[in-house]
Design a protein around this ligand. Structure first.
Ligand code: NAD
Ligand code: UGA
Length: 464
């Protein structure tokens, strides 16, 4: 292994966070050797190929700059642990599905396995960085597991949660609103923190690097996701009121978002939030509150998730009602399956819940998505009545309805007059993202159902 690198960073976990985050560190810090390891060989092979395992705008370019120079992907976990100075842990921390806390608590088995692997393979002191999202006070457990080694080694644990969003990950990493680094308030904790500050300072302005105690850093990550998810559930709750009162949810978002105290972001009413983290992290916060005897706090946050589920169910019920209360045998085209645009990720996507519920009603569903069809096939394996078609025009042919589930830009510019002609009449559109020109669609002949707005219906053909 080359000796010219001033620091050697290892990241355990080559997923949506570990891969892009380390690629950007390597791009911005040519003097640091960065290696990303994973137990999943297929994933590592893909990181070493021209066909990266995740789709993320700008990622290919960053990987091309650094891979082979100071960025490496490997399955040799123990060997890489031995040589690393700083080890990021970016393994998955899903919701626990068994035993105590099932359905809410964080499943820490992958995280603990890495802590034990680090302790076993190390023969020098190291800095360990929690990059995964973890329950508050995990660093304490991590330190105990690591420092119970019998080699006299000292491991300093930092919390450096990641705030990137998928689809904009590279931009978020290049220009973060902030980088948060939590440490123990001891001499060695502060020295470790300063070393990590030095890494980010290669491209992030010092005033954007926030330092805190380790517990605040851990909890800030869960709270940030809870606040973001809460805004979406709040505006979605308002969308339901709008549909009953002729108010328009987008006009309300604009009006309230202009207040700088509220701010304009994360006020897009939708079919509901998806993604691997919002639900998991809010429920984890709920569990932590419950574990601390704070039932009112737990209940408060739990409603963020309940409102999201309600919004998804409501979307399906509206489709069934509008299609004359039966969808058995009717073709419905789903435009979009990813949980948001510009990603192929389908974890917790609202589209999955919608597809499952429509399939239960025996609809014939055709799913179209520019990047997520492979994942959709895995998610929906074994469910009858589902087909896949990348071309949205073909997907909509002979359909009774189109449901927009992902806000891909391409859906805004389709020739809907052509699509309308190919569909069964009365043709319906359910815009679960409020991205289309609804008046134009109505004029073409569609019955248009929107989120948080009165539907546009040709009354002779519609059920409200
Ligand atoms: P992911 O599932 O895409 O990747 C995790 C990787 O860790 C997998 O490739 C898995 O094989 C690997 N892994 C698991 N156990 C391992 C072990 N013992 N040794 C080596 N590798 C192991 O997950 P992700 O989306 O990258 O999320 C990782 C963490 O980051 C989670 O805690 C998540 O909450 C958090 N996070 C995710 C995002 C996001 O946008 N996806 C954003 C911020 C934070
Ligand atoms: C989210 C956070 O934004 C990141 O800061 C965080 O790091 C990450 O979770 C994580 O911890 O995993 P992400 O889930 O990738 O990022 O994407 P978001 O842009 O937050 O969107 C989440 C969901 O909310 C999507 O389904 C999106 O369509 C939906 N959404 C978002 C709305 O319905 N309305 C909005 O106004 C914004």
């Amino acid at each position: 292994m080359s000796k010219e690198f001033e620091t050697k960073i290892l990241c355990i976990g080559a997923g949506y966070v570990g891969g892009p985050t380390m690629a950007v560190i390597a791009e911005k810090c040519p003097n640091i050797r960065v290696c990303v390891v994973d137990i999943n060989k297929t994933r590592i092979d893909a990181w070493n190929s021209d066909n990266l395992p995740i789709y993320e705008p700008g990622l290919d370019e960053v990987v091309k700059i650094a891979r082979g120079r100071n960025l490496f992907f490997s399955t040799e976990i123990d060997k890489e642990i031995t040589v690393a100075d700083i080890i990021f842990v970016s393994v998955n921390t899903p919701t626990k599905e068994y035993g105590i806390g099932a359905g809410k608590a964080s499943d820490l088995q992958y995280w603990e396995k890495t802590a034990r692997a680090i302790a076993a393979a190390s023969n020098a002191n190291k800095i360990i960085v929690e990059k995964s999202t973890l329950p508050v006070r995990t660093a304490e457990a991590m330190e105990r597991v690591l420092n119970s080694n019998e080699k006299g080694l000292h491991f300093e644990v930092l919390s450096n949660p990641e705030f990137l969003a998928e689809g904009t990950a590279i931009d978020d990493l290049h220009n973060p609103d902030r980088v948060l680094i939590g440490s123990m308030e001891t001499e060695s904790g502060i020295a470790a923190r300063d070393k990590l500050v030095g890494v980010y300072a290669n491209w992030v302005k010092r005033e954007k690097i926030i330092t805190s105690n380790v517990w605040s850093a851990e909890l800030s990550k869960l709270v940030a996701n809870a606040f973001l998810a809460q805004r979406i559930s709040s505006i979605n709750a308002v969308s339901q009121l709008c549909e009953k009162t002729f108010a328009d949810v987008q006009e309300i978002s604009k009006a309230i978002g202009a207040d700088t105290r509220i701010g304009a972001k994360f006020l897009n009413s939708s079919v509901g939030f998806g993604g691997s983290c919002f639900k998991k992290d809010v429920l984890n916060l709920v569990y932590i509150a419950e574990s601390n005897g704070l039932s009112e706090v737990a209940e408060y946050w739990e409603w963020v998730v309940k409102m999201n589920e309600h919004q998804q169910n409501r979307f399906v019920k509206n489709i069934i009602r509008a299609l004359f209360n039966t969808i058995a045998g009717k073709k419905i085209a789903m435009f979009g399956f990813a949980f948001k645009k510009d990603t192929g990720d389908t974890r917790e996507t609202p589209a999955l819940h919608v597809a499952q519920q429509l399939a239960q009603e025996q609809a014939k569903i055709t799913i179209s998505d520019p990047k997520a069809i492979d994942n959709a096939k895995i998610d929906l394996a074994g469910i009858n009545g589902i087909s896949y078609e990348i071309d949205p025009y073909k997907a909509a042919q002979d359909a009774h309805a189109i449901a927009i589930l992902t806000e891909w830009d391409l859906y805004k510019t389709l020739d809907y007059a052509k699509i309308y002609k190919s569909m069964v009449k009365p043709a319906m559109i359910f815009d679960g993202r409020n991205i289309l020109d609804h008046q134009k669609l109505y004029k073409i002949g569609f019955n248009v159902y929107r989120i948080g707005k009165t539907p546009l219906l040709h009354s002779e053909t519609a059920l409200i």
